[in-house]
Design a protein around this ligand. Structure first.
Ligand code: ATP
Ligand code: MG
Ligand code: FE
Length: 333
């Protein structure tokens, strides 16, 4: 079965063609980073307009790159939420119309479940059960995943998402947007333990996160020490990143031990951070736990993960009707 996937929840317009839920025939991502860059964050109204301009060429390109004909598509999937309503509507309505015109089954996909599905697009997939972390610009969620449809939420952030903290710290340092990749690169030259930023672990046994304390502590440090040079900024970046990685790793390993899982999968934009992947893998290995992380192109928003999740929903007959709508938040958000 060939599924066309469409993603437009935030600042990427993406389309992909995936065969049988696992084989990526094409995956096209049109990023709007250049446009939002000067505002230091995503401007929702601009995002919607850019999606409208990009959606048709991006879908055309995905079909072309997959070397298939439109008639070969057997099903359609699009992100239904969570995300920016105006942005979601563009991809969702496009996909709905496409499916209706060609009389194809249509699945409305949860963006967070789709991030977990990026782990199933790898040759080396985690077996069930495993602990999954969706760590991105809007979420830091830990799940206990026991099947293709069972994601038990164990914890989430009570304030900022980890990716959001990266973006805000980068903004404070005046080093650009999005912050994650810039901080990771800057951090490489410095000793991560030079500054001890706080690790917020919350109550014992809790799998929730809080990154606002780390963020405020970084803001105070930048102000008090008058951080201005590139060298000083790199040091702050390295120690901030270390604090975030430390908290994420501790919680993940605790969750794995609590649920007696020998596997941890990470997904979402922040999982592209190779320093995080390496440090988490090393710590997990000492507890006999294996870490799975998608290739970088599947960490951030993409439509291959949407098609992969859509495939299982179509198989199960879990379809969207034409009057179904998008949603901005999940019940647990
Ligand atoms: P959500 O998935 O919660 O709706 P989103 O889709 O906007 O949010 P993604 O596109 O999955 O999030 O991820 C974007 C986030 O990932 C940004 O906050 C960005 O700074 C962060 N990020 C990207 N690369 C890295 C990296 N190498 N290190 C740390 N963070 C990174
Ligand atoms: Mg994004
Ligand atoms: Fe995302």
């Amino acid at each position: 079965m060939i599924v066309l996937g469409i993603e437009s929840s935030c600042d990427e317009t993406a389309a992909a063609i995936v065969q049988d839920g696992t084989k990526i025939l094409s995956s096209v991502v049109a990023s709007q980073i250049e446009v939002h860059h000067k505002y230091g964050g995503v401007v929702p109204e601009l995002a919607s307009r850019m999606h409208i301009e990009a959606i048709t060429p991006v879908v055309d390109e995905a079909v072309q790159k997959a070397a298939i004909n439109i008639e070969d598509i057997d099903g359609v999937a699009a992100t239904r939420g969570p995300g920016l309503i105006g942005a979601l509507l563009v991809g969702f309505c496009f996909a709905k119309s496409f499916a209706w015109a060609r009389q194809l089954p249509f699945a409305g996909v949860n963006h967070l479940e789709a991030h977990i599905y990026s782990l199933f697009l790898m040759d080396n997939k985690p077996k069930f059960p495993f602990i999954a972390l969706v760590v991105s610009g809007g979420h830091t969620n830990i799940y206990h995943v026991t099947s293709y449809d069972n994601f038990e939420l164990l914890g989430q952030t009570r304030d900022d998402a980890a990716g959001e903290a990266f973006d805000k710290v980068a903004k404070m340092l005046g080093i650009g947007y999005p912050g994650g990749p810039i901080i990771e690169t800057l951090a490489k030259t410095k000793n991560p333990d030079a500054i001890m930023f706080p690790r917020t672990l919350l109550e014992k046994g809790s799998f929730d996160f809080s990154f606002s304390g780390i963020k405020s502590s970084v803001a105070r440090y930048i102000h008090d020490k008058n951080i201005t040079t590139k060298d000083e900024k790199a040091q702050v970046a390295a120690s901030f990143q270390e604090a975030v990685i430390d908290v994420l790793s501790q919680k993940l390993i605790n969750a794995a031990q609590h649920k007696k899982c020998l596997r941890i999968g990470i997904a979402g934009g922040v999982s592209a951070n190779q320093t995080f992947v390496k440090k988490l893998s090393k710590r997990a290995k000492s507890k006999n736990i294996k870490v799975f992380s998608p290739p970088v192109e599947l960490c951030g928003d993409n439509a291959a993960m949407i098609a992969a999740r859509g495939y299982t929903m179509i198989q199960q007959g879990s379809l969207c009707a034409l009057d179904h709508d998008v949603f901005s938040r999940t019940k647990t958000d």
